[in-house]
Design a protein around this ligand. Structure first.
Ligand code: PEP
Length: 249
């Protein structure tokens, strides 16, 4: 049985006042909640881990540097993230791949660093609109998966998030058939590289405009084990119904 996971990516949103949402979310968790990981901006990490102390919400960061320390102004290392009490880090989000030209090799090196610090890497992959239109989706996903994932991936150290770029923050959602096709493909690709046992155990999240209204339908897909949620994770009132849909899936 794979864990059900809902991760919330707050992106560059929220100051200390937003930590009250964690308290509200902890009170709104469904019965038998899925694993919940909130990824606030890095200045909030220490306070966020304090805020969720004693409740089953985990905290993650949104990126890390591949090096443990050094002359990298403005960056934070996986060790620093783990030091805050956070347990996860999102890597290779399409916004970072786009804005900072992060490559699969960069993501792979960051994942190694994350594992070295004891963090679980939430590794994002996804095709652009143009790549889907050109019929290249599976080719792109396969290459990103191969390039971004180091050897040694397991269900304990890695979560994969399939996030079609054209669905992020747009309100556009792939059809259930499209989500099914890509998630089945990822599962098979992981099995070919890491073996069926690891592939079967590794959680695959869908991300891109997940909302309360579409969550149940997406979570009914066999190889969807949860979601990476942006906009709808900022407010407990929006995120809690998604958690309920996942708990009931
Ligand atoms: C994301 O940025 O990872 C994301 C899925 O955003 P949204 O849910 O807002 O589409």
């Amino acid at each position: 049985m794979r864990p059900k996971i809902a991760a919330g990516n707050w992106k560059m949103n929220g100051t200390a006042a937003a930590l009250s949402e964690l308290d509200a979310l902890s009170r709104a968790l469904p019965e038998n909640p899925p694993q919940v990981v909130i990824c606030p901006p890095s200045p909030l990490l220490f306070r966020a881990t304090d805020a969720v102390h004693g409740c089953p919400i985990q905290i993650g960061a949104q990126d890390c540097h591949a090096e443990a320390s050094g002359a990298h102004t403005g960056d934070i290392s996986a060790t620093m993230i783990a030091d805050t009490g956070a347990t996860h880090v999102i890597l290779g989000h399409s916004e970072r791949r786009d804005a900072y030209r992060e490559t699969d090799a960069d993501v792979r090196a960051k994942a190694q660093a994350a594992w070295g610090a004891g963090l679980t890497a939430i590794i994002c992959i996804g095709e652009s609109d143009a790549q889907r239109e050109a019929g290249e989706t599976l080719q792109v996903i396969g290459a990103q998966l191969d390039g971004s994932l180091p050897d040694g991936a397991t269900a304990e150290n890695t979560v994969i998030a399939y996030e079609p770029i054209w669905a992020i923050g747009t309100g556009k959602v792939p059809s259930i058939a499209q989500i099914t096709e890509v998630h089945d493909f990822i599962r098979e690709r992981l099995a070919a590289r890491f073996g069926a046992e690891i592939s079967d155990a590794l959680p695959l999240l869908y991300g891109g405009s997940v909302k309360a209204a579409n969550a149940a339908e997406i979570f009914a897909v066999e190889n969807v084990d949860g979601a990476l949620v942006g906009g709808a994770s900022l407010k407990a009132d929006d995120f809690a119904p998604i958690l309920t849909a996942l708990a009931q899936s």
